[in-house]
Design a protein around this ligand. Structure first.
Ligand SMILES: [Zn+2]
Length: 724
C-alpha cells in the first residue's frame, strides 16, 4: 500500500502541499471511526473503465480525455477489493514473517487504488464539479475507514512486529531499514500496540472527535455567513478602491455587502476611512462563533479534553507530546521555546509600530486594534512609495518560469524540455525534467491560471509518485498550481512580486517530488514532519530577489530592460514593513494552539470557559491589546477542525531552516556555490524521508540550524545576551 495515501485520512493532506495556511477544511479529519464498508462490484460496472487499462500514453500520463466522472467510483471500489485481497494474502500467509513477505509486500499492495486516488485528488483540486463534489463525500470517508482497518489489523501488526524485532540481524540496506522503521512507527502511532480494551476506547474517542470537529467547522461556517454589513450610502465607502467596490457590490440588494471572508475583511480594514465601520467589522470578525447557538467554545473545550484523554490512553503526557514526537521540534517545550525567541523581538517591534501610528494620528484619538491595518498601510505608502503596478511589467510569467528553470540548472544541473503529453486542461504546460547526467527524472506540469472549478491558493501535487521496487522504476508526475488571472487575448501574464515568490516556492516542492532518489513511496516524496516539509520550498524563495537572479529573469516584457536597482531596493525595504504585527499575530495563534494541546487530561477536564483560558494564556505571554491572535480559539479551524493541532508553529519553524540554509550560500559568497548546492541536492531534494529531518538538515548544512538568520530576515535585532 502507498502510505502517502494510506496515512492521510484526508488525501488532500497527503498528495498536496498545503501552503500558506489558508482556512482549509479537509474532507476528512484524522479523527475517524473504523468500520470497513461492504463493497460489491460487478465486471459489467468496470467495462470500458480506463483505470482498468494499461496507459500507453507518453510517459504513462493519465489519458485524461477518456477519464469520466463516473469511472472513479467503480474503479475505487475494485481497487479497495484488490487491496483487501493483497492485505489478506499477507496476514494469512503460512510463512513466517519476513521483510519481503510482509513489509515489502505491503509497500507493493494497492497499486490500482493508488492510481485512482492520485488522479481523483489531483483533478478535484482543479476541475471540481457537482459530481466530483458528491464523490468526495463518499470516497474519502470510505477510504478513511479502509486505512484505519489496516492499521488496526492485529494479525498484520503482529507480523510487522515480528520483522521489526529481528531488524538488527536482517542485514537490510539503508532504504529498506528505513522502510521497516517507518512502517512499524505508523502502526504504533495509530494505536496498533494497545490492548483491545484501550483500542476500543481510542476508537470511541476518534468517533466522537470526528463528530465534534465537523460541528466546529459547520458552526464556524454558519457564524461567518451570518454576519454581513450592507452599505447603501456611498459616503460609507470612502477610501475603498473601485475594483474592491465592484467586487462587493450586490445588485439584488442595491448595496455594497461586507462579509467576513479574509480577503474582504483585510481589504476593507486597510482601505476604509470610516472608523466606526472598521470597528463593527473588527468586532464581527473577532467574535465569530463565540456566543449563542453557534458558540464553538463548548465544542473546542470538548475536543481538547478528548485529545488529552486519547493521548493519556496512548501513554503520552499530552496531545502535543504525541504530535511532536516525530517532528523536528521533538517536544512542546522545544516548540514553545523557539516561538518565544521570535516573539520577544516581534512584540517589541509591534510596540514601535503602534507608537509610529499613534504619532501619525496625533491627539485626535487613541489608536486601537481596528485601526491597525489602515494606518499601517498609510505608513507603508509614506515610507516606501511603492506601487505594485510599477513592478509588474518586469515579471512576465514566461520569463519568471524560465528564471526558475535556469536556477534549477545552475544549482542542480537539471534540464527542462517542453513536451506534448495529455493534460487535464488546455492551459496546462508540461516539461520533461532530466538530471545532470541526462537521465529522465519525471514530468513537471504547470497549471497557472484561476478558473471556476479550481480551488484557491497555490499548491503542488502529484499525479504519480516515484518508486523503484524490484527493478520496476517509476518516475513521478508532478504539478504546480497557481491562481493567476488570465490576461486578455494576446497580452502577457504579468505577476506581482509576491506571486513570483509563490511560483518559486511551489517549484521547490515540485523539485522535492521530482528529484527523489528514494525507492519506496512511503518516504520518496514531499511529505515528512510538518515542521520540515516547507523547507525545500521556502528556501528557493530567497533566490527571487538576488541581483544575479533578477538580471536573469526580471526584464521588462516590452523593452527587455532589467528591473532598475532603486525599484528593487524599495521592494526589499518594504518587505519588512509591519513585521512586528505579522509576527505577533501569527505567534500568538501558534502559542494558543500549543497550549490548548499541552494540557494533561486532568488539566483539560478543569476548563469550562474558552475565552477565559485564551485570555489567561495570551496575557501571560504579554500580548498587547491592539493585536488579536491571527485565529482566536473559536475560529481556529487549523487546530480544531484541520490537521494542524499542535502544529501551527510549523510555518515559522521551517523558516529557521530556509533562512539558515540560504546563509550557507551567502557564506560561500555564491548563490550557486557548487559544493553547497550538491549537498542540498543530495540531502534534501533527493533524500525524501531517508532520515529524521534534523539529520537530513545537518548532513546538508554541516551543523544544526541557527535562529539568527530568521531574526535578521524579519528585520529583528538578534538577542546577544541571555535573559531570565
Ligand atoms: Zn509550501
Amino acid at each position: 500500500m502507498k502510505p502517502r495515501i494510506l496515512l492521510a485520512a484526508g488525501i488532500a493532506a497527503a498528495t498536496m502541499t498545503a501552503c500558506g495556511g489558508g482556512e482549509q477544511a479537509s474532507q476528512v479529519t484524522a479523527d475517524t471511526a473504523t468500520e470497513p464498508t461492504e463493497i460489491v462490484i460487478t465486471d459489467a460496472e468496470l467495462e470500458g473503465n480506463p483505470f482498468r487499462d494499461d496507459w500507453d500514453t507518453p510517459f504513462g500520463v493519465q489519458p485524461f480525455e477518456s477519464i469520466q466522472d463516473e469511472h472513479f467510483m467503480p474503479a475505487f471500489k475494485k481497487g479497495v477489493l484488490e487491496m483487501r485481497a493483497e492485505i489478506d494474502a499477507i496476514t494469512n500467509s503460512p510463512a513466517a514473517p519476513t521483510f519481503e513477505n510482509t513489509i515489502l509486500a505491503m509497500e507493493k499492495a494497492g497499486d490500482s487504488i493508488t492510481r485512482v486516488l492520485y488522479t481523483f485528488s489531483s483533478l478535484t483540486g482543479t476541475e471540481l464539479n457537482d459530481n466530483l463534489k458528491q464523490l468526495q463525500t463518499e470516497i474519502w470517508p470510505m477510504w478513511s475507514r479502509e486505512t484505519d482497518a489496516i492499521t488496526l489489523n492485529q494479525k498484520l501488526f503482529d507480523r510487522v512486529v515480528a520483522v521489526y524485532d529481528q531488524r538488527d540481524s536482517l542485514d537490510l540496506g539503508e532504504q529498506e531499514a528505513r522502510l521497516l522503521e517507518l512502517t512499524h512507527r505508523r502502526f504504533v502511532r495509530a494505536g496498533a500496540a494497545l490492548t483491545p480494551e484501550v483500542k476500543a476506547q481510542v476508537s470511541e474517542i476518534n468517533a466522537e472527535l470526528s463528530t465534534l470537529t465537523t460541528k466546529f467547522a459547520q458552526n464556524l461556517l454558519a457564524a461567518t455567513k451570518a454576519f454581513t454589513i450592507e452599505l447603501t450610502d456611498e459616503a460609507d465607502t470612502v477610501g475603498l478602491a473601485d475594483d474592491f467596490k465592484a467586487n462587493i457590490w450586490n445588485e439584488d440588494k442595491s448595496a455594497w455587502v461586507l462579509t467576513l471572508d479574509r480577503s474582504v475583511y483585510e481589504t476593507f480594514m486597510t482601505q476604509s476611512e470610516n472608523r466606526d465601520l472598521r470597528k463593527q467589522m473588527f468586532d464581527g470578525y473577532t467574535n465569530r462563533a463565540n456566543s449563542g447557538g453557534l458558540d464553538n467554545g463548548p465544542t473546542l473545550i470538548k475536543i481538547a479534553q478528548l485529545r488529552a484523554q486519547r493521548a493519556e490512553l496512548m501513554g503520552y503526557e499530552s496531545h502535543a507530546h504525541y504530535q511532536l514526537e516525530t517532528r523536528m521540534a521533538k517536544t512542546p517545550q522545544g516548540a514553545e521555546d523557539f516561538l518565544l525567541q521570535v516573539w520577544r523581538p516581534g512584540i517589541e517591534r509591534a510596540k514601535q509600530e503602534r507608537t509610529d501610528m499613534q504619532a501619525m494620528i496625533g491627539d485626535e484619538f487613541t489608536f486601537e486594534a481596528h485601526d491597525w491595518w489602515h494606518y499601517s498601510e498609510k505608513i507603508r505608502k509614506a515610507r516606501f512609495d511603492l506601487d505594485e503596478n510599477e513592478l509588474k511589467p518586469y515579471f512576465d510569467l514566461n520569463a519568471v518560469r524560465n528564471g526558475a528553470f535556469v536556477m534549477a540548472n545552475r544549482l542542480f544541473g537539471l534540464k527542462f524540455q517542453q513536451v506534448n503529453v495529455p493534460v487535464w486542461n488546455d492551459v496546462v504546460t508540461a516539461y520533461e525534467v532530466r538530471d545532470d547526467d541526462g537521465s529522465h527524472l519525471g514530468i513537471f506540469f504547470m497549471d497557472m491560471y484561476a478558473r471556476e472549478s479550481k480551488r484557491g491558493g497555490a499548491w503542488m501535487n502529484s499525479y504519480r509518485a516515484a518508486s523503484n521496487i524490484g527493478g520496476n522504476e517509476i518516475r513521478p508526475l508532478v504539478t504546480n498550481n497557481m491562481n493567476l488571472a488570465t490576461p486578455p487575448e494576446g497580452e502577457p501574464t504579468l505577476m506581482r512580486f509576491s506571486e513570483v515568490e509563490t511560483l518559486f516556492h511551489e517549484f521547490g516542492h515540485g523539485l522535492h517530488g521530482i528529484m527523489t532518489k528514494i525507492d519506496y513511496p512511503t518516504f520518496s516524496g514531499v511529505d515528512g514532519p510538518r515542521d520540515y516539509t516547507e523547507f525545500p520550498a521556502q528556501i528557493l524563495e530567497h533566490w527571487t530577489s538576488q541581483p544575479e537572479m533578477l538580471e536573469l529573469y526580471a526584464k521588462h516584457y516590452e523593452t527587455g530592460e532589467v528591473i532598475p536597482e532603486d525599484l528593487v531596493e524599495r521592494l526589499l525595504a518594504a518587505a519588512n514593513h509591519n513585521q512586528g504585527f505579522a509576527t505577533t499575530e501569527y505567534i500568538a495563534a501558534s502559542l494558543l494552539d500549543l497550549r490548548w494541546h499541552m494540557l494533561s487530561s486532568a488539566e483539560a477536564a478543569e476548563i469550562t470557559d474558552a475565552d477565559a483560558f485564551e485570555r489567561e494564556i495570551l496575557e501571560g505571554y504579554g500580548l498587547i491589546p491592539e493585536i488579536e491572535p491571527r485565529y482566536r480559539s473559536q475560529y481556529f479551524s487549523h487546530t480544531f477542525a484541520g490537521g494542524y493541532s499542535a502544529g501551527y508553529y510549523a510555518y515559522l519553524w521551517s523558516e529557521i531552516l530556509d533562512a539558515d540554509g540560504f546563509n550557507a550560500f551567502k557564506e560561500a559568497e555564491d548563490i550557486f556555490d557548487p559544493a553547497t548546492a550538491a549537498r542540498l541536492k543530495k540531502w534534501v531534494y533527493q533524500a525524501g524521508g531517508l532520515k529524521e529531518a534534523d539529520e537530513l538538515y545537518r548532513n546538508f548544512r554541516g551543523a544544526d540550524p541557527s535562529i539568527e538568520p530568521l531574526l535578521e530576515g524579519r528585520g529583528f535585532a538578534v538577542e546577544t545576551t541571555g535573559g531570565p
